[in-house]
Design a protein around this ligand. Structure first.
Ligand SMILES: CC(C)(COP(=O)(O)OP(=O)(O)OC[C@H]1O[C@@H](n2cnc3c(N)ncnc32)[C@H](O)[C@@H]1OP(=O)(O)O)[C@@H](O)C(=O)NCCC(=O)NCCS
Length: 195
């Protein structure tokens, strides 16, 4: 629970499809898709076998979220071992940014011991960044995201993956859970570069 002037903000480590259905969503959560569609998307993720949705909630409304799910079939990581999952997206409503919500949602997500068996990827593409809303240039924004991800031991990792290497601001961040097998780590490392 985080206290902010608007009330008590609840960080929910695992938000079930039923809970998500009951809650409203802040209409400003639209960095990835319109808010109502984002809510449907969160529900779909929460139903997946390796899917997980962490939310920041205020008075029954979703005001922030982090998602984890298996890599999309179109991505090269999807042909890797099952221990690879993706931190798909993280977003906080502009009204509640800079209160530490993103950091807290990540901290809560990784407090779960179960996460230690996963190699978690985050593919960061600058076209999802709200540079205008944050008053930051692309490099300041990149640095902010990198530092945010580093708070949960995600490490900037080189790759020749096409979308990531299509722009120098894009990045791949990776967290190796402490129960990830050496075989999975080796397999993942062979996927980073095609040549
Ligand atoms: C990125 C985002 C999730 C951060 O959410 P947030 O709740 O404001 O983040 P926090 O308050 O936890 O802050 C995280 C760090 O970023 C810094 N930060 C956040 N907003 C900032 C701003 N406007 N100016 C400077 N630093 C800022 C914080 O100071 C903090 O760093 P610190 O721990 O070194 O102090 C939010 O800005 C957002 O939803 N952006 C649009 C979607 C997006 O870009 N998602 C990430 C790519 S998937």
């Amino acid at each position: 629970m985080i206290q902010i002037p608007d009330g008590d903000m609840l960080i929910c480590g695992v938000t079930s499809p039923e809970e998500l259905e009951e809650m409203s969503i802040d209409l400003m959560l639209k960095a990835f898709r319109p808010a109502e569609r984002q809510k449907q998307f969160l529900m779909e993720i929460s139903k997946l076998p390796r899917g997980k949705v962490v939310t920041a909630q205020l008075k029954g409304e979703i005001v922030g979220y982090v998602t984890f799910c298996p890599p999309d079939e179109s991505e090269r990581w999807s042909s890797g071992p099952e221990e690879i999952i993706e931190l798909g997206s993280i977003e906080v409503s502009p009204k509640f940014r800079k209160h530490g919500l993103a950091r807290q949602m990540l901290e809560v997500a990784f407090k779960d011991e179960n996460m230690e068996k996963y190699l978690v990827l985050a593919t960061e593409y600058y076209w999802h960044w709200d540079m205008e809303g944050m008053g930051m240039n692309i490099w300041e924004y990149r640095e902010m995201i990198k530092r945010l991800m580093e708070t949960v031991d995600m490490v900037l990792t080189d790759t020749d993956e096409e979308e990531i290497s299509s722009h120098p601001a894009n990045m791949l961040m990776v967290r190796f859970g402490n129960k990830v097998s050496p075989t999975t780590t080796r397999q993942f490392e062979t996927m980073l570069f095609t040549e």
